[in-house]
Design a binder for this molecule. Structure first.
Ligand code: PGA
Length: 260
């Protein structure tokens, strides 16, 4: 994908920030990034459910999009403890993160559940941020591309190109690279996987849509590797954890990438 590159840049704060923490983080972020236009960078923040309503108020007139970390695949029903797409729409959520490694590996989410969530997010007009990635064991067996193909093909089997075109983002996040015990990825490994992901997207959705879907990289992104990773034309953005949980670090990394 050689066309003009738009940057996607955001963070999922996992289960770390209270409502008060999130509000402070977002206030600082809005202030720090107010001069960045959506054409320069599509910025997004994905806080905990309890902080979403407050976060939405703070982000209302900003260029920062708001996401939820998970969602049920049904609009309503006997699903104690779940949050439905209708509830997220009511708050004004733009993005739903689906199939993050911790959802899949700590909470046992399956490819099939992920597929249903992607479909329902798109049906409700929210951007599905589909997270995919292989485990260390799968990488060691050299089946990473097969795993990525299965995750993508399952999740997108019923998605129309016309919907994907507007409402689908992918985050490639190898499980072994995520979190404090994660190993930062090498540029060459990331390049191979992103090329593979792009070819699978083209395979499923056709050349035009397959090439237009933003594919972000996530997993131990930091100031040292952010620009290196983005020099790959198939990496359209960064999905950052720990290194972006302070507004000043988020802003510093963003400006470092944009070279401003
Ligand atoms: P990390 O988290 O940047 O802290 O490794 C990434 C993620 O889980 O999305």
């Amino acid at each position: 994908m050689e066309e003009t590159k738009k940057l996607y840049f955001g963070t999922n704060t996992k289960m770390y920030k209270t409502i008060a923490d999130t509000t402070k983080f977002i206030e600082e972020l809005v202030e720090a990034t107010h001069d960045i236009s959506p054409e320069q960078a599509r910025l997004f923040v994905i806080p905990s459910f309890t902080a979403l309503a407050e976060a939405q108020k703070k982000l209302n007139d900003s260029n920062i999009m708001l996401g939820a970390q998970n969602m049920c695949w049904e609009d309503e029903g006997e699903y104690t403890g779940e949050i439905s797409p209708v509830m997220l729409k009511e708050i004004g959520i733009d993005i739903v993160e689906i199939g993050h490694s911790e959802r899949r590996h700590v909470f046992g989410e399956t490819d099939y559940q992920v597929k249903k969530k992607v479909e329902v997010a798109i049906r409700h007009g929210m951007t599905a941020l589909l997270c995919i990635g292989e485990t260390k064991e799968q990488k060691d067996c050299n089946i990473q591309d097969e795993i990525l193909s299965i995750q993508l093909k399952t999740a997108l089997s019923s998605i129309k190109s016309t919907d994907a075109d507007k409402l689908l983002w992918i985050a490639y996040e190898p499980v072994w690279a995520i979190g404090v015990n994660g190993t930062p990825i090498s540029k060459s490994y990331a390049t191979k996987r992103h090329k593979h992901i792009r070819s699978v997207l083209v395979d499923i959705l056709g050349e035009e849509t397959g090439c237009s879907i933003p594919v972000l990289y996530g997993g131990s992104v930091n100031m040292d590797n952010a620009r290196i990773l983005l020099s790959d034309p198939n990496i359209n953005g960064l999905f950052v954890g720990r290194s972006a949980w302070e507004a000043k670090n988020f802003n510093k990394m963003l400006r470092h990438i944009l070279e401003i």
